[in-house]
Every structure is written in structure tokens, then in C-alpha cells.
Design a protein around this ligand. Structure first.
Ligand code: ATP
Length: 512
């Protein structure tokens, strides 16, 4: 066929709307191309979605995962030591029952534990939220919503205004691009600090929320482990004195954690570092920070199941907001402990000077180890000294030993931080020392629980006078008290007996 006759054929009008043949062919080809493009883009979107869902499973924070995941022990170890076990076991779907199971498993309160409920009501209610019944604390995202509503609390959330599609059960799934935008491409100007496992950047999300983004170092599995542990330990919990994990980013080799931004430095900076330029932290602020820290630990140890042992309580991990509320951070070394487990045996990790002696010596870990570290933190705050300071005379290098020496020589009043402009009231100083000495008792069994520490720090009266007597007589009868134990030292801090009985009477009088 010649080109002329082809032209004539193509220019002929068809019966379809009287369009010419070549126009009709053009429309058909165009429509076909558009159809192919639509199918392609639909396929890409679906693939992305399904990859995301798959990626999310291993973190075990996501509802609808297999019940297999409750088998979280491998050879008696926490599954953090074997994160691969999660990858192997999680492959399932959906049943409401399983979701519930996950919530219980991953950190709902021990509502059946009567003992705990009473502590819960005495301590956690004050913070607006006993985990089992109220408020924000101790809940999964789902429970949080219900309880917040039932309390008529405002639902203000740092995540409002972010794409719905990226909401996890408890937080937000960020893309690398989201976080690049938030941190000005991880610019050095935004660096807040660098820890052992990564660099922390300040950022601002598209909804205006200020955040801290921890970009974990890509160090052969360690980042992955730290990442999982943090998500596992604090992703689903809420407490006023715990830094809130808002979400995370997993993309390629990148692992990032996104936290609420805490704007007033950390305790280490206030006691020994850059924040000192604002003046020495006063006594009341120190005690407020310590009390908040004690409450956070009481919550982790006693109000949730499995309990969380932080393992790295130290001043640089206590963030401070502008009202001097403390926010415990850095859960990269945390371990979860089921009820019924008295301890786990694990590699000794932590920071020199804060690690409990029994854990350092045997690797046997439980919450008592955090309590020891808390005692060191309290002594550090009272004295303004580092837990270990080689710049000092030999008998002062180790803070705990020096403190015991000073108290043993009845020189307790001399240990207070010389930088404090206003010295604390004697009663308040002694209370803090007494609590600290109990917490660093070499016998871990004799250390108080964190809920007791909270009560002691909050008490107006000298703490637990009766209890202390009982402890002393019990210990004496067992004839195992050593000079380094706390009971002997406590008597050196205690006010005189006449004063003691006077105040006891006063307390009794007021309760009769
Ligand atoms: N949510 C946050 N808000 C504000 N600053 C933060 C936040 N999280 C961490 N930082 C700061 O970032 C810095 C690094 O913190 P990171 O917890 O990674 O390490 P570190 O505690 O200093 O060291 P280590 O690795 O020994 O624990 C610290 O100065 C810390 O105060």
C-alpha cells in the first residue's frame, strides 16, 4: 500500500463519534499507556506497603504478630541476646487475642499483683496514671488512648499532624527523608552529643515538634541490638520521668530512634560540665531530679511486666527539662526480667563507678543493680563529685568508699557540694545520705525497693525509723553486719535519740 492510500485510509471518518481513524488509534494507544502506568504504580505502592509491614514485625511492638513471639527466651537468656530469634519466629498475622497477648507481654502493668497495686496507687497515681487503671503511664498505645479519654485528658500528642499511615501501635514510623528534613540533613550544627552507640541530633518534625534523633552507628550488629533493646524497653511505656520514644526509622542500613527533645541538658552537664555556667544546680532542683529518677525506676521495676532493668543509670543519662523534671534516657543496655526471675546472668555492662559490685563480680543482674547505681547518682548529686575521680587523694578516688569513711567518722555534714550557694537543711542532707547509703549497701538484698526510696525521699520525717531499728536488730542477731554495711553507718547519720523519740511521738500523735 502506498503512503498516499494509507493516508486516505487513516483520514477516513469512523462510526465512533465520527472521529478519524488515526485519531481513534492515537486515543487507544494513549489509553493503553495510561493503563499500564496505573497498574505499575499500584504494584509499586503495594510492594512498598507489604515490605514495610514485614520490616515492622521483628520489632515485636506491632500488634497482630504471631503468638510464637512469646517464646522469647533462648537458652535462658533474654531475647535481646538473640535478636535473630525474633526474625525466625514472627511470621503471622492477626487475631485480637494475639494482640492482647502481646500487649500484656510487652509491658502492661501487673494488675493482678495486689502488692504492686497498692504501691501503684501510692506512687503512680500522684503522677497521673497508675499503669493498670489510669492516665498515661504504663500502657500500650491502645490502652493509653482509652484511659486518656476516660480521664478526659487532652490528647495533645507530639505526633499529631504526621501522616496517619506511618503510625505504629505506640509511635511513628519515620522515613529517612523525614529525619533528613527534620535535622537539616544531619547537619553538624544540630549535633547534641555523641554516645557510645551513635550521634544524637536535634530536629524539628514537619508538625513543629522538636525531637532528638539518635543515629546509631553502623557497627556490625551492635546498632541493631541497641535499636531493638530501646524499642523493646521503652517504645510502649509512658512515664513523666522517662524520655519518650516517639518512633523510629529503619531504612537500608540506617537505624534511628526519635525521642522527645529534652531542653535543659543532663545531670552530668549540670553537676560537672557545660551547664554549670548557668550557676550551680540548687539543692531543691537536685532533689527534684533525683526524686523523678527514683519514680521512673520504681515504675520500670515494679509497675510493668516484664520489669525493665536499665543497667546504665548515670548522670549523663538523666535528662532535665526546663522545670527540672528528670527524664531517664538511653535504654540501649536495658534488660527485661519476667516476674519469677530473680536475676539473669549477662555480660557485665554499664559505666565504671556506677556498677553494683555483685553484678560486676558475677554478671548476675536484677533491679538491685539499678538501685545501687541510683545510690551513686544520689551521692554524686549531694557531693558534686564524680563517682570515680583519679584526680583526688587515694582515699577519695572512689566516691562511695570516701562517703562511707566520712559518715563513719561522723563528718556527714562536710560532704556536701562546696559549689552549692545555699547549703541544704541538715535534715534534708541526712535524709539524702541515708537513702544513698542504703542503696549502695554491698548486700543487694538489703537495698530498698525503688518505691521505698521514693517514699523515703518524699517523707517529711526521717525515713523509716522503725524499719531501721528492725533492720538493725535483725542484722545483729544474724551477726553478719560488717562495717561496710549500711546499718552501722545509718546510726552515724541518725539524729539523737531524744530528738528521734520526740518526733516519733509527734508522728504517732498526729495519726491517733
Ligand atoms: N531526648 C534527648 N533530648 C535532648 N538531648 C538528648 C536526648 N537524648 C540524648 N541527648 C543528649 O545527646 C548526647 C548523647 O547521648 P547518648 O545517650 O547517646 O550518650 P551518652 O549518655 O552521653 O553516652 P553513653 O554512650 O556513655 O551512654 C547527650 O549529651 C545527651 O544529653
Amino acid at each position: 500500500m502506498s503512503s498516499e492510500s494509507l493516508n486516505t485510509e487513516l483520514s477516513k471518518k469512523t462510526s465512533f463519534l465520527g472521529l478519524k481513524l488515526w485519531v481513534l488509534i492515537g486515543i487507544c494507544v494513549g489509553a493503553f499507556i495510561i493503563l499500564i502506568l496505573c497498574i505499575l504504580s499500584l504494584w509499586v505502592t503495594l510492594r512498598r506497603k507489604s515490605r514495610r509491614t514485614l520490616d515492622k514485625y521483628p520489632l515485636s511492638q506491632i500488634p497482630n504478630v504471631s503468638k510464637d513471639i512469646t517464646v522469647d527466651r533462648v537458652g535462658g537468656q533474654n531475647f535481646h541476646d538473640h535478636p535473630e530469634s525474633l526474625f525466625l519466629t514472627v511470621h503471622d498475622k492477626s487475631s485480637d487475642r494475639n494482640s492482647e497477648k502481646m500487649l500484656v507481654h510487652l509491658g502492661m502493668s501487673k494488675s493482678s499483683d495486689a502488692d504492686n497495686i497498692s504501691q501503684c496507687s501510692s506512687i503512680y497515681h500522684q503522677e497521673r496514671g497508675c499503669s493498670s487503671q489510669s492516665g498515661e503511664e504504663g500502657s500500650s498505645g491502645t490502652i493509653l488512648k482509652q484511659s486518656s479519654l476516660s480521664y478526659g485528658l487532652p490528647m495533645a500528642s507530639p505526633l499529631i499532624g504526621l501522616p496517619e499511615i506511618s503510625h505504629l501501635g505506640w509511635g511513628h514510623w519515620f522515613t529517612l527523608r523525614d529525619l533528613q528534613l527534620a535535622t537539616n540533613r544531619f547537619s553538624s550544627e544540630n549535633v547534641l552529643g555523641e554516645g557510645g552507640y551513635g550521634v544524637v541530633y536535634k530536629g524539628r518534625l514537619i508538625n513543629g515538634t522538636e525531637v532528638a534523633v539518635k543515629k546509631l552507628l553502623n557497627n556490625m550488629g551492635q546498632a541493631e541490638k541497641e535499636f531493638r533493646v530501646e524499642v523493646e524497653a521503652i517504645g510502649h511505656v509512658r512515664h513523666k520521668n522517662l524520655v519518650r520514644l516517639l518512633g523510629y526509622c529503619i531504612e537500608g542500613v540506617h537505624r534511628m530512634l526519635v525521642y522527645e527533645y529534652v531542653n535543659n541538658g543532663n545531670l552530668e552537664q549540670w553537676l560537672h560540665g557545660a551547664m554549670r555556667q548557668h550557676g550551680a544546680l540548687n539543692w531543691e532542683a537536685r532533689m527534684k531530679v533525683l526524686l523523678g529518677t527514683a519514680k521512673a525506676l520504681a515504675y520500670l521495676h515494679e509497675a510493668i511486666e516484664p520489669k525493665v532493668v536499665h543497667r546504665d543509670i548515670k548522670s549523663s543519662n538523666i535528662l532535665i527539662d526546663n522545670e527540672f523534671n528528670s527524664k531517664v534516657s538511653d535504654f540501649g543496655l536495658a534488660k527485661l526480667l519476667d516476674s519469677g526471675e530473680s536475676h539473669i546472668t549477662t555480660r557485665v555492662m554499664g559505666t565504671f563507678g556506677y556498677v553494683a559490685p555483685e553484678y560486676a563480680n558475677t554478671g548476675m543482674l536484677n533491679e538491685k543493680s539499678d538501685i545501687y547505681s541510683f545510690g551513686v547518682l544520689l551521692l554524686e548529686s549531694v557531693t558534686g563529685r564524680d563517682p570515680v575521680d583519679y584526680g583526688r587523694p587515694a582515699n577519695e578516688v572512689n566516691l562511695v568508699e570516701w562517703l562511707k569513711l566520712m559518715v563513719g567518722n561522723r563528718r556527714a555534714e562536710e560532704v556536701v557540694d562546696p559549689n552549692l550557694e545555699v547549703k541544704p537543711a541538715t535534715r534534708s542532707l541526712k535524709r539524702a545520705l541515708l537513702v544513698a547509703i542504703r542503696c549502695v549497701d554491698p548486700d543487694s538484698e538489703k537495698r530498698p525497693k525503688m518505691s521505698q526510696v521514693v517514699q523515703m525521699l518524699e517523707a517529711d520525717e526521717f525515713p523509716y525509723r522503725e524499719d531501721r531499728r528492725n533492720r538493725k536488730s535483725r542484722t545483729a542477731s544474724m551477726e553478719i553486719e560488717s562495717m561496710s554495711g549500711s546499718a552501722d553507718l545509718e546510726s552515724k547519720i541518725e539524729p539523737s535519740e531524744s530528738h528521734a523519740s520526740e518526733s516519733n511521738q509527734r508522728v504517732r500523735g498526729s495519726t491517733d
